[in-house]
Design a protein around this ligand. Structure first.
Ligand SMILES: N=[N+]=NCCCCNC(=O)[C@@H]1[C@H]2[C@H](O)[C@@H](O)[C@H](O)[C@@H](CO)[C@@H]12
Length: 449
């Protein structure tokens, strides 16, 4: 693959990404079952300002005008997630035709507008009915997930050509079961490894199901945050390896190499089981691509009091940070793409999420002051992708996070990642300067960088 010096290959795909619970609203409409983020966000004290996704960006009802905005931007593809509990209100068994109907309308409208739909099966919004049966702690969930996957493959594989099983299983295991900062809000050293393992077994089962009937591509989306030691001391280097194994290799390694990083026993101790080899073999199903979500890096030091990693980030001074407190570090994206290529056999990669939160207040006149740092973030990170491709990494596409300002999980609506501003009181959409910039990147295939 020859990569031109000043633009991207002709078949490179440019898109934007979102997820169901963060933008759709109407979480219980038309027969949908309740999902764990609905229950979590309606539990006092779990989300900033006790905000929830009851309305969000009202995309469930406004999807046609939102697709019009995507068309105006010149998007070639759109990454969204399918809400499991719209399709199967009880998580298994009865299919809800109205739930399928929403995604049918969404997909057909996207195709009408020449925008490729790419779907993620699970973006954290587990049906409550399954959570009440143990959720990711119940080994049966691999079969439940495969059945759900089959019901959507059957319906949409004629129109969706790029599938992802899971979005960022690390966040579900680490935030949802280890630290309790995300749904379902558990805090347990023993539950997190079980959740990890069942998430990955479910991934494997869905890929196996896809291979039976699927005709296109399926992969796994992981968040990778490259870890750099704060010093060359053996303690800081060891701490960095623990942090890197627990976030960056805990999921991609079983999926691609059929093994878990040995550092996980150092992190979890007796709470890390000896998984049956047959389980890990089943997890290691050949996949067609890796989806990489990249936001930032971490500089890591040894911290004996930091449970359970015994590692802590060191904030870098005198450099730019986003509203999330994340360092702006585009070199980390190049480094990560090269790391995936070198460590996992040069798989095709899509950058499935990359973006930045900055405060973008709307003025009284209704304009939106898009922080110029967001344009700079996209410019430098898209350049970083190009650098990796010039160094031989097989990157197939880039999806900006996010198309719309949206519900940022436990941070509610306090963080704005969108290239399109959403006034949540009026639901008015206003493209930001970053939308104009990204539209130019797409139109010139990266030549404007
Ligand atoms: N330090 N630090 N970072 C810890 C690792 C961050 C992991 N979270 C993500 O990557 C989430 C991903 C998610 O898909 C999307 O649903 C979220 O809205 C975005 C923005 O938050 C990102």
């Amino acid at each position: 693959m020859t990569v031109p010096t000043n633009r991207f290959p002709d078949d490179f795909v440019w898109g934007c990404a979102t997820s169901a619970y963060q933008i759709e609203g109407s979480p219980l409409a038309d027969g949908a079952g309740m999902n764990v983020w609905h229950r979590f966000s309606h539990t006092r004290g779990r989300v900033v300002n006790d905000e929830n996704g009851d309305i969000a960006c009202d995309h469930y009802r406004r999807y046609e005008s939102d697709i019009e905005l995507m068309k105006q931007l010149g998007l070639q593809a759109y990454r969204f997630s399918i809400a499991w509990s719209r399709i199967l209100p009880e998580g298994t068994g009865r299919v809800n035709p109205a739930g399928l109907g929403f995604y049918e309308r969404l997909v057909d409208r996207l195709l009408e507008k020449g925008i490729q739909p790419t779907a993620t099966l699970f973006h954290w919004d587990l049906p409550v009915a399954l959570d009440d049966r143990g959720g990711w702690l119940n080994r049966d969930i691999a079969g439940w997930f495969a059945d759900y996957a089959e019901s959507v493959f059957r319906r949409f594989d004629d129109r969706i050509k790029l599938w992802a099983t899971l979005n960022e299983p690390w966040v579900v295991s680490d935030n949802g079961y280890l630290h309790g900062t995300a749904a379902p809000g558990h805090r347990s050293l023993f539950e997190a490894p079980i959740a990890t393992h069942n998430l990955m077994r479910a991934h494997g089962a869905a890929v196996q199901a896809y291979r039976a009937t699927g005709r296109h591509q399926i992969g796994l989306v992981v968040n990778i945050e490259p870890k750099y030691p704060a010093s060359t001391s053996s303690e800081d280097v060891a701490a960095t390896r623990r942090a890197e194994a627990q976030m960056n290799r805990q999921f991609i390694e079983p999926a691609m190499l059929g093994r878990y990083p040995e550092e996980l026993r150092d992190v979890f101790g007796e709470a890390w089981p000896d998984w049956p080899a047959s389980d890990v073999e089943q997890i290691r199903q050949p996949i067609d691509f890796i989806g990489l979500n990249y936001y930032t890096r971490a500089v890591v030091r040894n911290d004996p009091g930091a449970w359970p990693l015994r590692a802590a980030p060191v904030r870098q001074s005198q450099v730019a940070h986003t509203e999330m407190g994340w360092e702006v570090f585009p070199q980390g994206l190049t480094d990560t793409l090269l790391w995936i290529k070198d460590r996992y056999g040069a798989p095709p990669i899509y950058v499935t999420e990359n973006g930045a939160a900055f405060a973008d207040p709307a003025t009284a006149a209704g304009d939106v002051l898009d922080d110029p740092r967001r344009v700079e973030y996209f410019r430098t990170h898209i350049r970083a992708v190009h650098d990796a491709m010039r160094a031989g990494v097989d990157v197939r596409g880039y999806f900006a996070w996010s198309m719309l300002d949206n519900f940022e999980w436990a941070l509610g609506y306090s963080k704005r990642f969108g290239i399109i501003h959403v006034d949540y009181a009026t639901q008015k959409r206003t493209p930001k300067a970053s939308a104009t910039f990204y539209s130019g990147v797409i139109a010139s295939n990266g030549a404007v960088l």
